[in-house]
Design a binder for this molecule. Structure first.
Ligand SMILES: *Cc1c(COP(=O)(O)O)cnc(C)c1O
Length: 384
């Protein structure tokens, strides 16, 4: 599907096998009307290169509709526009740092009430539901502590109240390893910036749904909020998707090998990877995911000093935010991505000064392990 869905050469007059980048902002009409069915009208409303990428992502998510946005954050903002003043939203307590910022600064100001819960325990969702609850926002596995939520069970509980929309941020898994809509969620949202594009050169987001009414609403929001991706970025995303399966299998293989290596290293206090049998939600992962991405988090033995030294000794791993690209990255959530949280909240979620997040890339895994090994050896001295 990643290779063929939406790609048919017949859609272009010249039969181009590779999708064309349509840069035109406007399209010639047959007669004076707005947006005739199946025709292009104005590039913000619809663009042929964007359509190619949207069809491909929709197929991968097993969704009827997919809409692309200028970033994952723009997709989240569009989703929030579905809520009205006075509505209540239940949100996973451990979510993407930028979502906290967006939420605390924008959403709550529009008089939308929020309850943050640990959704790994379904009872917490159940007891948070109120008569005005309109949305359940999940992220699984979570960023960066890699907690796993049972999407099927959470959706079933939320749907006991008619009209509740279950949104799953699927960024950490990509559609290759997890399909939230098949598990009962209403919306699968992704930052395509990460695994789906996979080449660290595009910022984009997607919202995929099956419901006709919700699809119509999102199409309207995409066009009227105007937060669309450029045709060139749509081309790059579509190109990145061609190797999604190959990349994800390699991310999984490398990620598991690095996680197992770290687990056996005395300079490491604890490793978190949903594919390790000692992960508290291992059974849920095995039930709902077809594999694991390259995200590995761990606690280095020591504190801020050891962490900083570790980063400084890394050669292959780059100290940078973001994830899901072909290159391996390391970051410190406490000071880099999760600064919107209060210190108390951050510590409660386990993001201490020795908690490091790795995005394992596609390099030779022996090289990655060698790099981690030498950096750990120099950073953690006399503690083991
Ligand atoms: C990066 C990310 C986002 C935000 O996406 P952008 O493309 O950076 O706007 C949302 N959710 C998760 C889990 C992410 O990792």
């Amino acid at each position: 599907m990643a290779i063929h869905e939406g790609q048919s050469p017949e859609q272009w007059k010249c039969g181009s096998v590779v999708p064309i980048i349509s840069l035109s902002s406007t399209y010639q009409l047959d007669h004076a009307s707005t947006a005739p069915e199946g025709k292009y009208f104005y590039s913000r409303i619809g663009n042929p290169t964007r359509t190619v990428a949207e069809r491909c992502v929709a197929a991968l998510e097993n969704a009827k509709y997919c809409y692309l946005f200028g970033s994952g954050s723009a997709a989240m903002v569009a989703m929030c526009h579905v809520l009205k003043s006075g509505d209540h939203i239940i949100c996973m307590d451990d979510v993407y740092g930028g979502w906290h910022l967006l939420f605390l600064n924008i959403i709550t100001e529009s008089n939308v009430e929020a309850t943050f819960v640990d959704a790994t325990d379904i009872n917490n969702i159940k007891s948070a539901i109120k008569p005005n609850t309109k949305m359940l926002w999940l992220e699984t596995p979570t960023n960066p502590t890699l907690k796993v939520v049972d999407i099927e069970a959470a959706s079933a509980v939320a749907h006991q109240q008619p009209g509740v929309i279950v949104v799953v941020d699927n960024t950490f898994m990509s559609s290759y390893f997890q399909r939230p809509l098949e598990l009962g969620a209403d919306v699968s949202l992704q930052s395509l910036t990460k695994y789906m594009n996979g080449h660290t050169d595009v910022v984009m987001g997607s919202v995929s749904v099956n419901d006709d009414e919700l699809g119509k609403k999102l199409k309207f929001l995409q066009a009227s909020l105007g937060v669309i991706p450029s045709p060139f970025d749509c081309y790059l995303l579509n190109r990145g998707l061609k190797t999604l399966a190959l990349r994800m299998r390699q991310h999984m293989k490398n990620g598991l090998q690095v996680a197992r290596y770290l687990q056996g290293n005395p300079r490491v206090e604890k490793v978190i990877h949903p594919g390790l049998p000692d992960h508290p939600n291992y059974d849920v992962s095995m039930k709902q995911c077809r594999g694991f991405s390259g995200m590995v988090s761990f606690y280095i033995r020591g504190g801020m000093s050891e962490t900083q030294k570790f980063f400084s000794y890394l050669k292959l791993f780059k100290l940078a935010v973001s994830l899901g690209g072909y290159e391996s990255l390391a970051e410190l959530p406490a000071t880099m991505t999760h600064t919107a949280l209060t210190e108390e909240e951050r510590l409660r979620l386990g993001m201490t000064d020795n908690f490091i997040r790795l995005s394992i890339g596609l390099e030779d895994v022996e090289d990655l392990i060698e790099d981690l090994s030498q950096a750990l050896e120099k950073a953690v001295v006399g503690k083991c």
